[in-house]
Design a binder for this molecule. Structure first.
Ligand SMILES: Cc1ncc(COP(=O)(O)O)c(C=O)c1O
Length: 432
């Protein structure tokens, strides 16, 4: 197999045979080496075709090789591979984002979701002059040492003050940084209130995924979210929605439009550019004004708002703004999630599917709705592995993240792709 040959070669100089750790696919024992992506499909180097339910961790929201994004990148190349330079296109993209995202009065670009969340918490610390950040168990905000706690490291002990012991998700993070984080169970208002009561004078920000997509798809309880908003305002804490995954996923304004709750800041990536490397921090003029050159808080970079990414993202945003875009996404979503639920029922496999817009979680071995991380990690991992393997063998590409299952489709998927995927899913469930 060509994949095996490539893996052998890759190991010579790429540590673990991969350019990024997350691309190792535990079920294959190596990365999947792709030859091509087009529309809703991926092909590996051995010629196997897959319907893509990974979509580049949600970045390929417009599918692969979308003609509008490709043409925009080609036009950008004609302008020149301009690094660290401002153009007319930067404000065009900012206008489109501001039109779509409720909190986005002002925007600053970044290269990745990790960089955007790093910027957002720096802004919050600068604005409030307070040091600590409250995050929720299971919510992922990128790989920065300040926030990478309690996403996959397991379940920490619950303390008297409603908080959970911070557990780092990677080795190599200085212990001292754990003092700057306050972790609280998601959707637990009582724990949140107690934690804020105790720590409010030190809390710069509450950061959260409005929909915990990194644990599959765990929606915020709307009443909980409204209270989080109210309490943050009351206590002078900046509320940050990390919309790196939820942005644009079910409607143009992302989680904040979906819930009708506007944060002070939000971070965007993935769906912002439909596959080009771009991210952003957005927020109210008042809070964003701490950023240089308006203020004295620095956030910049050589590749920040790279022209190819900016022009690609403009094309992506114009596609998203077209009439009928979300009707299509939500039609596919309804068909898919109902179809999976039917498949579980027909085959008698214990499991539950939860999806909002173009992203979903499939939890096998549990049958009650999943409302927090503690429930999400109770799934039957062994059954999930057999299910994933069954789908991959039959040509439906799911990435294995090692624990929870979060997946999605793109705007280039069709109802017939979804029908085909549902047949594969039902077969794989039957195989269990
Ligand atoms: C909610 C959320 N925040 C931040 C990140 C980090 O983004 P990136 O991988 O672009 O650094 C991710 C990535 O999956 C994410 O889902």
């Amino acid at each position: 197999m060509k994949s095996d040959e490539l893996f052998a070669k890759a190991q010579k100089h790429l540590i673990g045979g991969v350019g990024a750790g997350g691309r190792f696919h535990p079920l294959f024992g190596h990365a999947v080496y792709f030859a091509r992506g087009f529309g809703s499909r991926l092909w590996d180097v051995d010629g196997k075709e897959y319907i893509d339910f990974f979509t580049g961790s949600g970045a390929n929201f417009l599918g692969h090789n979308h003609p509008a994004i490709r043409e925009a990148i080609q036009r950008a190349l004609e302008v020149g591979i301009i690094c660290n330079g401002e153009t007319e296109y930067h404000s065009q993209l900012a206008d489109l984002v501001s039109e779509a995202v409720p909190c986005a009065e002002k925007i600053r670009f970044a290269n990745s979701g990790t960089e955007a969340t790093m910027g957002a918490i720096r802004i919050a610390r600068s604005y409030t002059r307070k040091p600590r950040i409250l995050k929720f168990e299971g919510h992922f905000h990128g790989m920065l040492d300040y926030l990478w706690y309690n996403c996959s490291a397991g379940v920490g002990d619950i303390q008297e003050d409603g908080t959970v012991t911070p557990l780092p998700d990677s080795q190599g993070m200085p212990h001292a940084l754990a003092d700057l984080i306050v972790v609280v169970p998601f959707n637990d208002l009582n724990a949140f209130e107690r934690a804020v009561q105790v720590h409010k004078d030190e809390l710069a920000a509450v950061i959260m995924e409005p929909i915990s997509y990194n644990q599959g798809c765990i929606p915020s309880d709307p009443a909980f979210l409204r209270e989080v908003r109210r309490i943050c305002t009351e206590c002078g804490i900046v509320l940050i929605f990390d919309e790196v995954l939820s942005g644009f996923r079910m409607c143009r304004g992302g989680g904040q439009e979906y819930y009708g709750v506007t944060p002070d800041l939000c971070t965007l990536a993935k769906g912002l550019g439909g596959g080009v490397p771009i991210a952003a921090v957005c927020g109210s003029t008042e809070v964003m004004s701490v950023l240089n050159p308006a203020g004295h808080t620095v956030m910049s970079g050589t590749y920040t708002g790279h022209l190819t990414a900016v022009m690609g993202a403009i094309a992506c945003q114009k596609e998203i703004a077209k009439a009928g875009f979300y009707e299509h996404i939500n039609r596919l979503a309804d068909r898919l999630y109902k179809g999976i639920a039917d498949g579980l029922r027909i085959t008698g496999v214990p499991g539950i599917v939860q999806g909002i817009g173009a992203r979903f979680g499939l939890y096998l071995g549990v049958t009650e709705p999943v409302t927090n991380y503690r429930q999400a990690v109770r799934t039957d991992r062994e059954m999930e592995i057999r299910f994933l393997r069954g789908c991959l063998d039959r040509g439906l590409y799911f990435h294995d993240y090692g624990r929870t299952m979060h997946h999605g489709f793109s705007s280039q998927h069709s109802l017939s792709d979804i029908g085909e995927a549902l047949n594969i899913i039902e077969d794989a469930l039957r195989g269990l």
